[in-house]
Design a protein around this ligand. Structure first.
Ligand SMILES: Nc1nc2c(ncn2[C@@H]2O[C@H](COP(=O)(O)OP(=O)(O)O)[C@@H](O)[C@H]2O)c(=O)[nH]1
Ligand SMILES: [Mg+2]
Length: 252
């Protein structure tokens, strides 16, 4: 008898954590290759523009937060809802147009092949491309330095650990206690530390860097806070691993 489960394609859900994404939402949405995506969830984090009105008019599943909780808090809602809706693979796609939705098949391929549980869309895989794409120099330098430090701690050799374009397997999201993570941007770094700690395979695929005037991007102050909190998360992982200071984020 043929193995039916082997033929069933995985259920793929795209989640969009949104905050004031009205100018870019429709363009991002229309670029999503629906032939490989089963459902799209948009979580609006109390936007003050027309993001919610625009989202209501699109064929997607909309959730809105009655108050703003931040980028990490938004992702918690995204992943909870995707898991409840039976996803096998989740792709996080920022609705601000900074990542190409057309690359979703590339993002999910390593998980479909059973070769990874976390796929990072790396803007730094191709030398020089990030700066040519408009990434501010200070962000580029900080990204490279932080990535080098994290590679040492995670025992990886990845070109970028600060991308907002990611795909996760259901198994990973069911295993890492992501609800215990930060509400701010350091949520993303904590997920990486957890993925490594729980033994999940992380791979990267190259993506284009897009910085245009419609996109949102965190400023200098928030970037510094993010960088310091990323280092803190890495430090906590080292302490936890060595039984020096246990951290609930790394407990099953
Ligand atoms: N800044 C911010 N972004 C949020 C929030 N909730 C969801 N987002 C979304 O998260 C994405 C990343 O934020 P962004 O400002 O573009 O940061 P970037 O990663 O530096 O480009 C955007 O697409 C926002 O729409 C929030 O509370 N604050
Ligand atoms: Mg952005």
């Amino acid at each position: 008898m043929p193995d039916k489960t082997a033929e069933t394609p995985p259920r793929v859900i795209v989640v969009m954590p949104a905050r004031n994404a009205a100018r870019t939402l429709e363009r991002t949405f229309s670029g999503i290759p629906r032939e490989v995506v089963d459902e799209i969830i948009l979580v609006d984090d109390a936007s003050t523009d027309t993001t919610v009105d625009l989202a209501r008019a699109l064929p997607l599943h909309l959730i809105w937060h009655p108050h703003n909780v931040g980028y990490g808090g938004n992702q918690k809602t995204c992943y909870l809802e995707a898991l409840q809706r039976g996803t096998d693979i989740v792709v996080m796609l920022h609705p601000d147009g900074q990542y190409e939705p057309g690359l979703i098949p590339d993002m999910i391929a390593p998980i479909v092949r059973g070769e990874a549980d976390l796929v990072l869309g790396s803007r730094l895989a191709e030398p020089g491309a990030a700066l040519r794409g408009g990434m501010p120099l200070y962000k580029y330098v900080a990204n490279r330095v932080l990535t080098a430090i994290e590679n040492q701690i995670l025992h990886t050799d990845l070109s970028e650990l600060h991308t907002g374009y990611r795909a996760y397997s259901r198994k990973l999201l069911m295993s890492i206690p992501f609800l215990r993570n930060a509400l701010d941007f350091s949520f993303d770094s904590e997920v990486l530390m957890q993925a490594s700690h729980f033994g999940f395979r992380i791979v990267e695929v190259p993506v284009r860097t897009i910085y245009d005037e419609d996109a949102s991007s965190i400023g200098l102050g928030a970037s510094v806070v993010y960088g310091l909190r990323t280092l803190k998360a890495a430090g906590r992982l080292v302490l936890h691993r060595n039984n020096l200071w246990r951290c609930r984020k790394f407990m099953p």
